[in-house]
Design a protein around this ligand. Structure first.
Ligand SMILES: C[S@@+](CC[C@H](N)C(=O)[O-])C[C@H]1O[C@@H](n2cnc3c(N)ncnc32)[C@H](O)[C@@H]1O
Length: 334
């Protein structure tokens, strides 16, 4: 793993590069029937490719959709929650964005398929490897003799992929997962129950605390001041306008104890992969990730300092991802 604080590659979006093919892609994407046709072709190709490498997309998503997830969704849903406007849009080529059963039942397989390409040799284990590479940086960067990690909040936890991997590293910490999608949280609760049953068979006396799931915005977690030692944001900031990321950093600072840490795992705008990506491919990517430009142009180090953190460390944990770790300044929130 390389340690990178700075890289010579400029963020992709700051370079003037609107070539004819990019313009053409933009025009095609603005014509609704063409965009829908392209989307459904791309979706079929992605699913077929995933299945070729052993991610049984259709079968696994169908299995999940047959479980009684709606009951779990109703249990977790906060009917008073007001969704931020930026959230109520299409993401990842799902018209319903993150608020529906199709995206919820496909998150796990999609993550395994997409992350299979990070390290060619890892194939469908790429997703786990990505999560582990993040946690390795967390282990290395946070001196637990100074700040023991006893309570963790995973913001934007989705169906729990990040939360469960973190839980496996910190088996007795208090864990909280927060997300705006009650559909995703329902899947997380289903998986948590499954994991609990498995744990009871191998370790009947296990005292592992249950994960607490909360349907809330990461900007307004509803948690107490100074209540945790580690806040994680795993692949969340690229789905946010920069101002929302900054608001979430301030909320993370509020709920962290002084000296606690915020750990962010994200796409690395300075990686060679994005710098060398043909602009029309980046345009296609942006058509499924509405806030990518905003994220790529965010000065994350400065934003963290402005939100009450010390200067962060930044490590490359994959050829195209970075882990940013910032320590909450010592002054307690009063
Ligand atoms: C790409 S997913 C990443 C999920 C998860 N951390 C993982 O590692 O698989 C981003 C998640 O952030 C959630 N999200 C986006 N904006 C949010 C906000 N303001 N508050 C809470 N969750 C948010 C989305 O609903 C989605 O589940």
């Amino acid at each position: 793993m390389t340690v990178a604080t700075k890289s010579s590659a400029a963020p992709l979006t700051t370079r003037p590069q609107l070539r004819p093919i990019t313009g053409l892609v933009n025009v095609l994407l603005s014509i609704k029937p063409l965009a829908s046709f392209a989307k459904s072709r791309a979706r079929k190709m992605m699913i077929d490719r995933a299945e070729d490498m052993g991610v049984y997309w259709r079968k696994e998503a169908a299995f999940l959709s047959e479980q009684n997830l709606e009951a779990l969704r109703q249990q977790i849903e906060n009917p008073a929650l007001v969704y931020p406007d930026y959230y109520l849009t299409s993401f990842h080529a799902y018209d319903e964005g993150n608020l529906g059963w199709l995206p919820a039942t496909e998150v796990e397989v999609a993550a395994r398929a997409v992350h299979a390409k990070i390290w060619p040799e890892a194939k469908e284990r790429g997703d786990q490897k990505l999560r582990d590479s993040f946690l390795d940086v967390v282990d290395r960067r946070i001196d637990q003799t100074q700040t023991p990690i006893t309570a963790i909040v995973d913001l934007g936890c989705s169906v729990g992929l990040s939360t469960f991997r973190i839980r496996d590293r910190y088996p007795i910490a208090q864990m909280t997962g927060i997300d705006l999608s009650s559909y995703f949280l329902a899947v997380a609760m289903y998986r948590a129950a499954e994991r609990k049953t498995q744990l009871k068979t191998v370790e009947p006396d296990s005292n592992q605390p249950d994960i607490r799931w909360i349907h809330a915005a990461a900007e307004a977690t509803t948690l107490d001041d100074n209540c945790c030692d580690l806040v994680t944001l795993f692949l969340v900031c690229h789905e946010l306008p920069a101002e929302a990321s900054c608001e979430i950093f301030r909320e993370a600072r509020r709920i962290l104890r002084p000296g606690g840490h915020l750990a962010i795992m994200e796409m690395n705008p300075k990686s060679e992969i994005y710098a060398q990506m043909p602009p029309y491919v980046f345009t296609l990517l942006k058509s499924t990730e509405p806030y990518l430009d905003s994220y790529f142009n965010l000065d994350i180090e400065q934003a963290l300092i402005d939100s009450g953190f010390n200067s962060p460390t930044i490590d490359c944990n994959s050829p195209r991802h970075r882990t940013v770790i910032a320590r909450a300044a010592e002054t307690a929130i009063s």
